[in-house]
Design a protein around this ligand. Structure first.
Ligand SMILES: O=P(O)(O)OC[C@H]1O[C@H](O[C@H]2O[C@H](CO)[C@@H](O)[C@H](O)[C@H]2O)[C@H](O)[C@@H](O)[C@@H]1O
Length: 370
């Protein structure tokens, strides 16, 4: 009896260790190390000037040449993966825990569904990605929460079976589309669409700030403004490093007279937005609430995103105690996400697998449940 007990305990410990190893290896199998190091370096360059609540772009620019050596980067990434395992390697375990529960999918756009490119107007998503998102949305309520204007992200995604939130969640539209229960039955059809814009009163001031910024930044070569509806992006991806400081100074000078606005940072972009208590995390909660799913203990939100602003949504999932926050990153990052994916191509694989998993589990249901 005693030996039997010892045998069972040791077997469980070995199994747990093997699963963990398998999750990490799941990642390692999908990327050759050479490719991984190259991607990491490219991403590092991208991130050096992104992120952070109060950006200091000039300072970050001067640090850019001090790159870690490739080996160190790669081993850092591997140890980061232990804390944030690859969602592909962990897929079976994640879905086993989600069985019979209601999965709701939230997706960021730039850097998640589309690769980061120099020209923000050309950040197209591939047809393959569109098909995968469409397939996922057939089985699970799916929302895209982007920093872009809602119209712009909709124009890129071109799908009518997903929900959209623009301006980092400050512009939410929940149209009247059907929502299904976990066993595929129609749960509720909202008969009217819902539009939620918590920063609406700031619109005239945003327009004013945009005009001022246009004037102040026009001589800085490569600087580019983007009107995101309830926030404004000042892109500096194409600006010479020696001009970063000047650009930052000018943007800050405009904000001096607009105390109800703040400046945050993304991937080679400064973002001006109203200082209201509303972010992508609130948007996630709003969607769940509007769909009648916020109090349900069997709801599993999956959120996939790559940027600082997505951390607010990761935090919400963490505090709910259920769900999968997944960060898209090819470098180790401080994050609240529990899982990771390397880049949009892995996001594609994950979404395809998710839809396939659902399709298979529906077709395997006993006949009396169909
Ligand atoms: O919340 P998201 O959907 O991730 O939007 C965040 C910002 O994404 C876009 O900028 C980023 O992608 C561009 C295209 O790849 C790239 O050129 C830029 O450097 C990145 O910061 C978008 O243009 C911004 O307005 C969004 O706020």
């Amino acid at each position: 009896m005693k030996y039997m007990f010892l045998f069972i305990v040791s077997f469980k410990i070995i199994k747990k260790k093997f699963t963990k190893l398998n999750e990490i290896m799941g990642f390692q199998r999908s990327h050759s190390s050479q490719l991984k190091v190259q991607t990491i370096l490219k991403a590092k360059e991208d991130e050096t000037c992104g992120g952070g609540e109060a950006p200091s772009f000039s300072l970050r620019a001067s640090n850019q040449s001090h790159y870690h050596n490739n080996k160190l980067m790669s081993s850092n990434y591997d140890s980061w993966l232990v804390k944030h395992p690859c969602a592909l390697g962990s897929f079976d375990r994640m879905m086993k825990a989600a069985k019979g529960k209601r999965i709701v999918v939230f997706l960021d756009y730039d850097g998640t569904l589309s690769p980061i490119v120099d020209d923000p107007d050309r950040a197209f998503m591939s047809d393959e990605m569109r098909a995968a998102v469409c397939e996922v949305a057939k089985y699970f309520p799916t929302a895209i929460i982007s920093g872009r204007s809602r119209d712009k992200v909709k124009e890129f995604v071109k799908l009518s079976n997903v929900y959209y939130a623009g301006s980092h969640g400050m512009d939410i539209m929940v149209p009247a589309i059907p929502v299904e229960s976990s066993d595929g039955k129609l749960l509720n059809t909202m008969d009217t669409e819902v539009l939620f814009q918590p920063a609406k009163k700031f619109l005239p001031e945003i327009i004013e700030i945009f005009t001022l910024l246009k004037e102040k930044t026009k001589e800085i070569q490569g600087a580019r403004l983007e009107d995101n509806g309830f926030c404004i992006s000042v892109h500096f991806r194409q600006v010479r490093q020696e001009d970063y400081g000047k650009l930052e100074e000018r943007v800050k000078s405009v904000l001096e007279n607009h105390s109800e606005f703040c400046l945050t940072g993304g991937r080679k972009v400064m973002e001006i937005r109203p200082s209201i208590e509303w972010n992508k995390g609130h948007a996630l909660e709003y969607f769940l609430d509007t769909l009648g799913l916020s109090n349900s203990s069997d709801v599993i939100p999956i959120y996939i995103g790559d940027d600082r602003t997505d951390e607010d949504a990761f935090k919400v999932i963490q505090s709910r105690g259920q769900g999968y926050p997944i960060i898209v990153s090819s470098i180790p990052k401080d994050t609240k996400a529990g899982y990771s994916l390397l880049d949009p191509s892995e996001v594609l694989t994950f979404l395809q697998r998710l839809a396939r998993w659902r399709k298979t589990s529906l077709s395997n249901r006993p006949l009396h449940q169909v």
